[in-house]
Design a protein around this ligand. Structure first.
Ligand code: ACO
Length: 432
């Protein structure tokens, strides 16, 4: 029984009729609005919400965000604590299975992920078939999509054991595919996984190993990469997660759903933002050009990339943690000249009323690009470095979707604005 306080009374002024709609968890059901109609011409009210700015598409227990307070929690654990004390693989387990692993579960999980890092040789040939200058995100997206053809059993999404195998495979193989996409662009031989190394050490080895017997990564860089991976592991219903859920709602296999997520992440307004930040900083070039650049942004000529967020309207907690990781990385690599421009740009923007009044603050991408550049990654690789850890979040959300009895195939409504009932005139008559 609904508490009458927990309802919304809507009066339809077209008919004078009143409707009482239950409010559950701060939302009304869009379906309830469909009762509010005036007959055949106006069958029921719907919600118009391009970009889903105020529409909940699911119930989720994976990630909590309070954008006003700058809070981010995975399964209830604050991101700051996880970044400080956990590892990426432990966080991935937490996200996907909802609980921190026991010692035994953790050992099994790490073992499984470590021993699924190799990919079928035909997938290697597929990657080698790309043009020399192929964007690594395009290569990653296609090769993850292609994985579905190597594991056709993945279509059986109702079987928990089969689901688990695909989850392990995807988390394990993502660094291999990402590293190979990177080596491809450099014309260097692909490096096979080294199963004696940790997840992030192995990734660095596949990226940078040359003729040495074993690749020894600087532990400070390994730690920085772990932190970056943890920060990027999930972010509730963002554009790419929504793509994974939307495609997954058709009950397709998880490789296809995740490749849709990679496609969404590729876009400059989402994961492509850190690449865009670096390009922007290079274009600005020197500190004296910053004021003119800011004026251009305020005039609406372009956006200040790495600023603003749909959810965080005070600060992005990930940006705070990443600033610290920046210091650690620069201790190893030396300071990037672009850092000074970034810091000055941030200071000017944060003091400017245009940005203050619109609640625009640096997001995670503002600094992650600088770290990646210091680690000698070309900008095209930045989004790949985002996609690898986000795979854990996509899979956690996908698993939740598959088990959610409320979910249906995603199919939004539209408001039709085109012509109606035109009479077709054949080309032979139109072109006379
Ligand atoms: N630079 C300048 N102005 C901006 C910026 C920006 N980066 N972001 C928003 N604005 C302005 C908008 O023009 C708008 O101004 P108006 O009210 O005068 O029209 C106002 O601020 C509100 O912006 P919206 O576009 O309505 O905000 P929305 O929530 O839709 O967009 C987004 C969020 C896409 C992140 C946006 O801030 C943006 O494009 N930022 C730059 C790209 C970026 O850094 N993306 C990374 C996001 S984080 C991530 O994906 C990991």
């Amino acid at each position: 029984m609904t508490n009458s306080q927990e309802t919304l009374t809507v009066r339809d002024n077209r008919t004078g009729e009143e409707y009482e709609l239950p409010i559950t968890d701060g939302t009304i059901s869009a379906k309830d609005l469909s009762r509010i109609g005036t007959g055949e011409e106006n069958p029921g009210v719907a919600v118009y919400d391009p970009g889903f700015t105020n529409t909940a598409s699911c119930r989720s227990a994976v990630t909590f965000i309070d954008g006003d307070k700058g809070i981010l929690e995975y399964r209830g654990y604050p991101i700051e604590q996880l970044a400080e004390n956990s590892t990426f693989l432990e966080v991935a387990y937490l996200l996907i299975y909802g609980e921190l692993p026991t010692e035994e579960q953790h050992e099994k999980w790490v073992h499984e992920i470590t021993f699924h890092t190799f990919v079928h040789e035909n997938l290697r040939s597929l990657m080698q078939g790309f043009r020399y200058d192929a964007h690594p995100m395009g290569m990653l997206m296609s090769s993850v999509g292609a994985l579905s053809t190597f594991y056709p059993e993945a279509r059986n999404i109702a079987d928990e054991d089969i689901r688990h195998d695909q989850i392990v495979r995807m988390i394990a193989k993502m660094p291999t595919l990402g590293a190979w996409a990177f080596r491809h662009g450099q014309g260097k031989p692909y490096v096979y996984p080294d199963n004696e190394l940790s997840y992030t050490e192995n990734f660095l080895s596949m990226l940078f190993k040359m003729s040495e017997q074993k690749y020894n990564a600087d532990p400070r860089l390994v730690k920085a990469l772990e932190v970056l991976f943890i920060l990027h592991a999930d972010h509730e219903q963002n554009c790419s997660t929504n793509a994974v859920r939307s495609v997954g709602s058709s009950q397709v296999d998880p490789y296809s759903s995740v490749s849709a997520g990679i496609a969404a992440l590729y876009g400059p307004l989402h994961g492509g933002a850190n690449e865009a930040v670096l390009k922007m900083l290079r274009r600005i070039g020197t500190k004296d050009k910053i004021p003119a650049f800011i004026e251009g942004v305020k005039a609406g000529n372009e956006k200040l990339m790495g600023f603003g967020h749909r959810v965080y309207k005070n600060f992005d907690p990930r940006a705070t943690i990443i600033k610290k990781a920046c210091d650690d990385v620069f201790e190893v690599t030396g300071v990037s000249p672009l850092l000074e421009i970034a810091q000055e740009l941030e200071a000017i923007a944060l003091a400017d009323d245009y940005f203050i009044s619109r609640k625009l603050y640096p997001n995670v991408d503002f600094y992650s690009g600088l770290i990646y550049e210091a680690l000698k990654f070309p900008p095209e690789m930045f989004t790949v470095l985002f996609a690898i850890p986000r795979t854990a979040g996509w899979l956690a959300q996908w698993r939740e979707l598959v088990d959610d009895k409320d979910q249906k195939i995603a199919r939004p409504k539209q408001i039709y604005t085109g012509d109606r009932q035109l009479t077709f005139v054949p080309a032979s008559e139109r072109w006379k």
